[in-house]
Ligand binder design. Structure first.
Ligand SMILES: Nc1nc2c(ncn2[C@@H]2O[C@H](COP(=O)(O)OP(=O)(O)O)[C@@H](O)[C@H]2O)c(=O)[nH]1
Ligand SMILES: [Mg+2]
Length: 329
């Protein structure tokens, strides 16, 4: 059922926002779920909701975790959640997985494994639909994290499969990015997208109970020696056996160490500004594209594409025209 029945007037919408936000801020999990759905589905009122929530954000730390399928990301997230809960920190988990999110094996596995947390209101787990994401996957994920932040969660962990540009964009928006690798990838560290390697603030070599962890570490070190980061931080490499909880504390310590480093070097704001620079461009692109699309609906697009393909129109003038009209709308 949509959250806002269509009979709502604009006033009603505002009132319902106010009550939704106060319920959400008081820790009501159902209100949180509803707010996330509104934002994720771009349901009526989604942008007003985000506008109203934004002043309540800025408290949560966002940790992005990415790596190949089966690397043990969910297992590690689970262990970290357990550890942070001992500290009474509240947690939001966003699982972004391109393999059909609600029926796919990975998320089903996640659900079963994480089930023990379900009775703990201090942990909220959300699987994101990745296909047909209306606002672009990276942006929608960031918006969902905003809702979790406003709800007062201390920590937000975002799990993504490190395969495509979308995933790089998602973890780039995090405060801390963990790249998870596993032994037995051969020389595959190189083949993990270069973009993913570059955004790692912390490397985790999971499944270190298997042979080859040292080799992976050597490969990472070799790559690290090729370039220094602009912020001067050398990403630590932590070996874990997530299924046994081995190394979880060390991962948490590495996160704290990086946070302390950013604070010491006065880089916290700088990093946030960099993230927002990227996010604003994405928001702008979406917004302009929406306006253009609103004028030139899908059917129109096909017709125009056909005209260009048949050389009846030049695409350069066409785009200028569309952009000019979008600007006026
Ligand atoms: N041997 C071993 N298996 C692990 C370890 N961590 C996770 N696994 C197993 O690897 C499989 C995939 O784990 P999962 O967390 O779902 O990976 P994800 O796809 O990266 O989220 C599961 O069967 C886990 O039990 C580890 O440290 N050692
Ligand atoms: Mg997983």
């Amino acid at each position: 059922m949509p959250f806002f029945p269509s009979c709502f007037t604009l006033d009603g919408l505002e009132n319902s926002h106010t009550s939704l936000i106060s319920a959400l801020r008081s820790g009501d999990v159902r209100a949180l779920a509803r707010a996330i759905s509104t934002v994720e589905n771009r349901a009526p009122g989604w942008s007003d909701l985000l506008k109203a929530l934004f002043p309540h954000t800025g408290h949560a730390r966002v940790i992005g975790l990415t790596g190949p399928p089966g690397a043990g990301k969910s297992t590690l997230v689970d262990q970290l959640a357990r550890l942070y809960r001992k500290d009474n920190r509240t947690i939001g988990i966003i699982a972004v997985d391109p393999t059909s999110p609600y029926t796919g094996g990975a998320i089903l596995g996640d659900r079963i494994r994480m089930q023990e947390h379900f009775s703990d209101p201090g942990i909220y787990i959300r699987s994101m639909a990745t296909r047909g994401s209306l606002g672009g996957l990276a942006r929608t994920t960031a918006d969902v994290a905003t809702v979790l932040d406003a709800s007062g969660r201390d920590l937000i962990m975002i799990e993504t499969v490190g395969v495509g540009q979308d995933e790089v964009d998602i973890v780039r928006l995090a405060d801390f990015t963990i790249v998870i690798l596993v032994p037995g990838m051969g020389d595959d560290v190189q083949s993990i997208k270069a973009g993913i390697m570059e955004i790692a603030d912390i490397f985790v070599i999971n499944k270190s109970d298997r042979e080859g962890a040292e080799h992976v570490e050597k490969e990472i070190r070799a790559l690290q020696s090729l370039a220094t980061r602009r912020d001067g931080w050398t990403p630590p490499i932590v070996k874990t056996v997530a299924t046994e909880g081995i190394g979880t504390k060390e991962v948490a310590a590495a996160i704290s160490a990086y946070e302390a480093y950013l604070q010491k070097e006065n880089l916290v704001l700088h990093k946030s500004v960099e993230n927002w620079q990227q996010r604003l461009v994405e928001m702008l692109r979406d917004s302009l594209l929406d306006k253009a699309k609103a004028q030139f609906g899908d059917g129109n697009l096909t017709r125009l594409a056909k005209e260009v393909a048949e050389h009846k129109r030049d695409p350069y003038t066409l785009i200028e025209e569309i952009a000019a009209r979008a600007e006026k709308s």
